[in-house]
Design a binder for this molecule. Structure first.
Ligand code: ANZ
Length: 846
């Protein structure tokens, strides 16, 4: 079959070298490197000989990356599809070789390489001479050698290659060791694949002696010898194949070429005949004759050369899907241009794509093809086809009339991801950059909603997930989300918190029934709700699970018109304002010890005098003084109005847009979409990505905040961020509020604290108490009331002391909000039942 191939192999080196310039993940770069698969070695010829060693006039070239091991080559292997095979099969072996070839033809390349459990092969009946040793060695046929790689034949070195070793053991072929490990004590049970010193590698007749050399030196010595004696030469090989660019299907860009009826010559259509579009076809199913479906469009196929008027036929194959996907992004830069692919000035302004977000599954094929397209045809590669290509945007380069290899190549491309197109357009001067996508981000997978399951034992009794044993014959039962609650780090049954559940999110799939269709979400919650939710799902590259609950939580639900809903409700407050308290004598008083009766008054503090330690804002030069931080509704009278127009003209619309996106989920209720709407139409100002951030930098560098290591019982368990000179109490408070550290402190009795300001905080716990861990069966959920109203629950030991219960409550994120900075009048504690904290009412007012 006549096919079109693009000569991507001419770009292999450039596509490899230019990977360095890209801000892509190392794994994707590695995949592209592996796909291109550059390997350096030698191609050398073995003469086919009779059993007596007489040359038969047939040369068998092999490709090897280990020319140093030539003295260890004790047999040759040909791929079953090797074109020289028919001339090598002896009469006696004919039948078994044919049988073996039929079997091999049924396997895929993958099955023949990685998946093949046991090597198999058959003797051809012929021999060859090892040019280095002068020995006559057998030629075998085996399907672990692929016809499509290298020369389709190998010199097998069973002492130093695993596949050859396995094969030689099976068919009892000599194994000659030629590399001795540097470390002589190493185990030589199997093939030795490592580096070492050459042994058994000298022959006076061939004049080659590499004994004592390292593998690397021996390899270059052998290559010199091959080149000197004419047996071979240095060779670089690529796994990358040329790109089979024709498809026998209807959908796809038609090739703009015709074949002249009289001579069969291929003529590209002149530019004024472009674009060539597909003919309308009612029936585009396969023809059944082997011809592509376009053969059915007889009046379209039959045409004439627009220049000479000679009768001709159009190409009936079409281009593959990659043909368009490799350059569509250029069209986005200049979509209405009808005379060029993209205007040069526009391309220079917009290109290359700053960030490309795509799944890792595109990492090789699409991304390599796209890179190749931008490079196209090496100007120094003077094939006749180059000029033709230059006349067109992406014309095919090479005509390939292929045989059996086609099926192999085609399968290779279809089954494994690879990629390549962008260098093309760079070389023919259409684009100014050879790389299409400067930065590549592989987005994380969005999994389905978290699913919960409980375990039951053989008698059907619920068993907590942490005490399920593999031998216990337990089985799982799905639990609806409304029966689940979270306590600490664990999901438990709401009405039986002792039973921990297994919580897991799965990849969305039809068979699992957990697919969430964005269209459904949009129609239920509105497109903006979904958009906002996506912005807060976490880092783009991390996987996460879809949580419809969050759509409720951010308060945008129950209306299909979230814009209107938000504009009516949301409020963006002015900048945060800070105030310090002073007492009657004008002395500064920390906000947490101000009493309402003390006649204190407030003083505004400029932002540059404020720093944050843990959750609190304090005076930079006196961190013991906590400040009141509060944002107020924007009002003219307060003078805190922020006009979006001013923000846009100072920072650019993109900056504001970006800022709004990152205001944080908690402020969603205060999110200001009207400001968002205003800036959308502001036009493109200088993008935030090009702005310097000097202002922000100096703001953050000045601080005397340090990272303080925290030890628990002498073992460093984490760090906290505190002011260099902060007090021991403050350091301990920050540590006990820290998520990680609090786990070690929760419910424990502190025996001692050792604090060296600026250096370390070490907390020594009462060991006995520490042992009675809190996660045992005696752990209960204790309701906590503040002023008689239940405000939350805590997880404590049934018999824990009042002090401990109170400490756990005050470390609880939700409850601490009620307690922070308040004076406690009274605590009522009924172990195992309730903790009620009565606050000083007057204080609450402040
Ligand atoms: C002798 C030798 C000795 C080899 C040794 C390896 C180790 P890469 O790196 O993938 O290019 N080979 C060559 N052509 C092959 C084919 N068509 N099908 C299967 N295997 C083939 O690998 C190159 C090595 O793979 C070559 O070097 C050859 O085996 C084998 F100690 O030659 B070597």
């Amino acid at each position: 079959m006549r096919q079109w191939m693009l000569k991507i192999t001419a770009y292999a080196d450039r596509l490899l070298e230019d990977l360095d310039e890209l801000d892509w993940s190392e794994s994707i770069k590695e995949m592209q490197q592996n796909w291109i698969g550059r390997s350096e070695g030698a191609e050398l010829k073995f003469n086919v000989v009779s059993t007596q060693g007489c040359e038969q006039g047939v040369e068998l070239p092999v490709y090897t990356t280990r020319p140093d091991t030539i003295f260890g080559a004790t047999y040759l292997v040909l791929a079953p599809e090797h074109h020289l095979l028919p001339s090598l099969i002896s009469e006696a072996q004919h039948e078994s070789v044919e049988e073996y070839r039929d079997l091999a033809a049924k396997k895929s390349e993958l099955e023949r390489t990685d998946l093949q459990k046991e090597k198999s092969g058959v003797f051809s009946g012929s021999y060859a001479k090892n040019p280095a040793t002068g020995e006559v060695i057998p030629i075998w046929i085996a399907d672990y050698v692929l016809g499509s790689y290298g020369t389709g034949a190998i010199m097998a070195v069973p002492a130093h290659d695993s596949r050859d070793h396995e094969f030689a053991l099976k068919y009892i072929i000599p194994i000659i060791r030629v590399v001795s490990p540097f470390d002589e004590s190493c185990d030589l049970g199997g093939p030795y694949l490592g580096d070492g010193v050459m042994v058994n590698s000298s022959n006076s007749v061939s004049g080659l002696n590499i004994n004592g050399l390292s593998c690397k030196d021996a390899a270059s010595e052998v290559i010199n010898w091959l080149e000197r004696t004419g047996y071979g030469k240095k060779k670089v090989n690529y796994k990358l194949r040329d790109w089979l660019f024709a498809r026998q299907r209807y959908w796809g860009e038609p090739f703009p070429v015709i074949y002249l009826d009289d001579t069969g010559e291929v003529v590209p259509l002149p530019e004024n005949e472009l674009p060539l579009t597909l003919p309308e076809l009612d029936d585009f199913t396969p023809t059944g004759t082997g011809e592509p479906p376009l053969a059915k469009a007889t009046s379209w196929v039959k045409t004439m050369d627009p220049i000479s008027g000679r009768p001709a036929k159009r190409e009936m194959s079409t281009m593959p899907q990659w043909a368009g996907s490799c350059w569509y992004y250029l069209r986005f830069m200049d979509p209405k241009n009808s005379t060029a692919l993209v205007d040069r000035v526009k391309e220079r302004y917009w290109g290359p794509v700053d960030i490309y977000v795509g799944g890792a599954e595109h990492s090789v094929l699409h991304l390599l093809y796209a890179r190749y397209y931008l490079r196209f045809m090496d100007p120094k590669n003077s094939t006749a086809l180059v000029d033709r290509v230059k006349e067109r945007y992406w014309g095919p380069v090479d005509i390939y009339v292929g045989g059996a290899e086609h099926s192999v190549l085609h399968l290779l491309y279809a089954s494994s991801p690879s990629s390549f197109q962008s260098q093309v357009l760079y070389d023919i001067g259409i684009v100014s950059t050879k790389e299409p996508f400067r930065c590549l981000i592989n987005q994380g997978l969005i999994l389905g909603e978290v699913e919960y399951v409980a375990w039951r034992d053989q008698e059907g009794r619920l068993v907590s997930a942490d005490s399920v044993s593999i031998t216990g014959n337990h089985y799982q039962e799905k639990i609806p989300v409304d029966k689940v609650t979270k306590i600490g780090d664990f999901y438990v049954l709401k009405d039986n918190p002792d039973i921990r559940l297994v919580a897991r999110a799965y990849k969305m799939s039809k068979s699992r029934g957990n697919v969430i269709n964005p269209d459904d979400v949009v129609s239920e919650y509105g497109a903006d709700s979904l958009r906002l939710y996506e912005m807060f799902m976490g880092p783009l590259s991390s996987p996460s699970s879809f949580q419809s609950q969050v759509l409720y939580d951010i308060g945008i639900v129950s209306t299909k018109e979230p814009f209107r809903c938000l504009i009516n409700q949301g409020l963006i407050l002015g900048e945060v304002e800070y105030a310090a308290w002073r007492d009657q004598e004008g002395r500064l008083v920390s906000a947490d010890s101000v009493s309402i009766t003390g006649n204190h008054y407030q003083e505004k503090i400029p932002v540059d005098k404020v720093t944050k330690i843990g959750d609190f804002y304090v005076l930079k030069d006196n961190p013991d003084i906590r400040l009141v931080a509060r944002a107020y509704k924007m009002s003219k009278s307060r003078g805190n109005v922020i006009n979006p127009d001013d923000v846009v003209s100072e920072y650019g619309a993109d900056s504001l847009r970006l800022y709004e996106m990152f205001m944080g989920p908690l402020s969603a209720r205060h999110f200001r979409f009207n400001a968002f709407l205003i800036i959308v139409d502001q036009g493109k100002q200088k993008s935030v990505v090009f702005r310097t951030s000097e202002k922000a930098r100096s703001e953050y560098v000045k601080e005397s905040t340090i990272i303080l290591p925290v030890q628990i019982n002498g073992k460093t368990r984490g760090t906290i961020l505190v002011n260099e000179v902060c007090s021991e109490d403050d350091a301990f408070r920050v540590a006990s509020l820290d998520k990680k550290l609090s786990k070690y402190l929760l419910g424990k009795t502190i025996r001692k604290r050792i604090y060296v300001p600026g250096r370390i905080l070490n907390v020594i716990l009462d060991q006995e108490k520490a042992r009675s861990e809190y996660v045992k069966e005696s752990t209960i959920i204790l309701p906590v009331q503040i002023n008689g109203k239940t405000r939350g629950t805590i997880l404590v030991n049934e018999v824990c002391s009042e002090d401990d219960a109170f400490r756990v409550a005050s470390l609880d994120k939700k409850l601490s909000k009620y307690l922070l900075g308040k004076t406690i009048r009274k605590r009522i504690y009924v172990p195992g039942r309730i903790l009620n904290v009565i606050l000083d009412q007057e204080k609450v007012k402040s």
